[in-house]
Design a binder for this molecule. Sequence first.
Ligand SMILES: [Zn+2]
Length: 340
Amino acid sequence: LWATAERFDEAIRKSGHLFEDKELSDYLNGVLRKLYPAFGTMRIHVMQDPYFYAFTAPNGSIYINTGLLAKCDNEAQMATILAHEAAHFVNRHAYRSRLKEKKATGLATGVALIGIPIAPQLWAVSSVFGYSRELEREADMEGFKRLKAASYDLREAPKIFGYMLEELKIEDVREPVFFSSHPRVKERMESYESLAAENGVGSEGLLRREEYQKETERVYLASLQAELDLRRHKSLIQQLTGPERRPGITHLDYFLGQAYRQRAEAGDDAKAKECFLKVIEQAPDFAPTYYALGNLCYTNGDYSAAKDYLTTFLQKAPSNEQTTYARHYLQEIEKAGNKN
Ligand SMILES: [Zn+2]
């Protein structure tokens, strides 16, 4: 099992699916050390994937998705997931649990999410939801103990599983692994709620919200972009119009505007335009907004405005795929103009 896990680490590393960021990795591993000072062999890897997911391999590699980091509001919430995941390793759950055929089938589809073939026996014993009810509960208790010892605010723990449930609800998630995991998430939430109640949790404890949001800003923005690329507009609109929206980032409305364009309900183009104009005001050097506005105007037949925005975009943007499209649109506008 250990060797399978090592091969898995290697395959992930080669696949280009890791979100490589030394500073972020140092920060996350630092939180892990605070929770488990005596277990220096565990390592955190960040996976480029917008789904809310984490798992632990039997060799102590903990994989956390960018989407999970992006949706945590503060360090206490992220530490909840870490403490639970690491507990599976520390208590040797992979070696104590038996592979169940049914689970392996469900998890095989989970593999397809990141496009890497992985031995199902590894997935079955390393998923957040792959363990028996007793082992999951044990991980909750161990995790809770660790959070408490590290002085985190214990009231944050159930919230993070609430976010997971929310995500399952708003996205029409078709992956069987998510469907089958749904009741398990609810179990985790209730488990932490009862642990908090049993321990008479008060209002004290560390949140470390600002530090967390600063350390994870790059991963947060990358995750928003990944959600756009996957056309997860429901999730984006929910995140960027609700209380989870992170403060202090001047171009967040770019992502919201693009999400409205993807949703394309009546009035969404106007909402998108409003978002983009706000970004131009607050973050005038963020080039993609000009492309987005140019594209919007072009689609609506407002060629002269489109021409202005696309020209500004080309002045501001480094050469990439979008600049190629922008030049194409400008040529089309030119042609249309010559016809008139
Ligand atoms: Zn678990």
